[in-house]
Design a protein around this ligand. Structure first.
Ligand code: PLP
Length: 247
């Protein structure tokens, strides 16, 4: 074969999402997101935007990094590992899913912050493979929505256990209730924020595309955004947080 494939020409048969994943488009959406964050914020602290690339390929990571995002979130160990291997250096990987014991050893050196620790078993498993790992404990604020997270009354003991096991507990993480009225979503985030403050934990990972402004108004220090940056997910991995499963 002679000649090189043309680049820059829209290809037929390209998945619908592929063409919108340019750094320019993501940068434009990021600017809008930052604007909305600034308007929702009540305190001065910085809010980190974590780009959630689940359901998207490595192009989403490249586009996010090109748009100036440094923090990338993934729900599945396998996806994180495969994107990690092709991503530019300097990306901070946030693991948002459930810990899978069999993947923990491979995952451990790649992850910057573990969101979603919710049991003593996970604490011990992680502390064994990654002493001093930075973690967030997940609080279940809306029982039934995502069957993940520790009940609020169990969180203080879990945090104490994690600290005792040597983990670096930075804060709390929560997924707001889906399809709930804004006041209810906000009440849930407020409860997580109060819990975090009472435990002296500085970081709060809360807020997704549908509710990040409410989370920021209640003091979120990190928001986890997929759709707002990349558009609607398509395909088998398109499911939302309710579909986070043990695999
Ligand atoms: C998918 C997911 C997100 C991002 O969801 P969007 O609604 O697309 O912003 C954030 N957090 C977790 C835990 C997720 O699973």
């Amino acid at each position: 074969m002679t000649g090189t494939p043309m680049t820059g020409t829209p290809m037929t048969g390209t998945p619908a999402g592929a063409l919108v994943l340019s750094p320019e488009v993501v940068a434009e959406r990021l600017a809008q997101v930052k604007d909305r964050i600034a308007r929702a914020q009540r305190g001065p602290g910085p809010v980190t935007v974590i780009a959630v690339t689940k359901g998207w390929g490595p192009a989403a990571v490249a586009a996010a990094v090109g748009a100036g995002i440094q923090d990338i979130g993934e729900n599945y160990a396998q996806d994180l590992l495969s994107k990690y291997s092709t991503a530019p250096a300097g990306v901070r990987w946030h693991f948002l899913g459930e810990l899978q014991r069999n993947k923990l050893s491979r995952l451990a050196p790649c992850v910057y912050l573990w969101h979603g620790l919710d049991s003593e078993g996970e604490v011990l498993a992680l502390a064994r493979r990654r002493p001093a790992a930075a973690v967030l404990v997940e609080v279940m604020v809306a029982p039934g929505e995502r069957r993940h997270g520790a009940a609020p009354e169990k969180v203080p003991a879990l945090v104490a256990n994690a600290v005792h096991a040597g983990l670096d507990v930075r804060g709390l993480m929560a997924v707001g209730p889906a399809d709930a009225p804004a006041e209810e979503v906000r009440r849930c985030f407020g409860e997580v924020a109060r819990l975090g403050r009472s435990l002296g934990l500085p970081e709060l990972s809360m807020g997704m595309t549908a509710d990040f402004e409410l989370a920021v108004a209640e003091g979120a220090t990190m928001v986890r955004l997929g759709t707002a940056l990349f558009g609607q997910r398509t395909g088998p991995d398109a499911a939302g947080p309710g579909a986070v499963t043990l695999r």
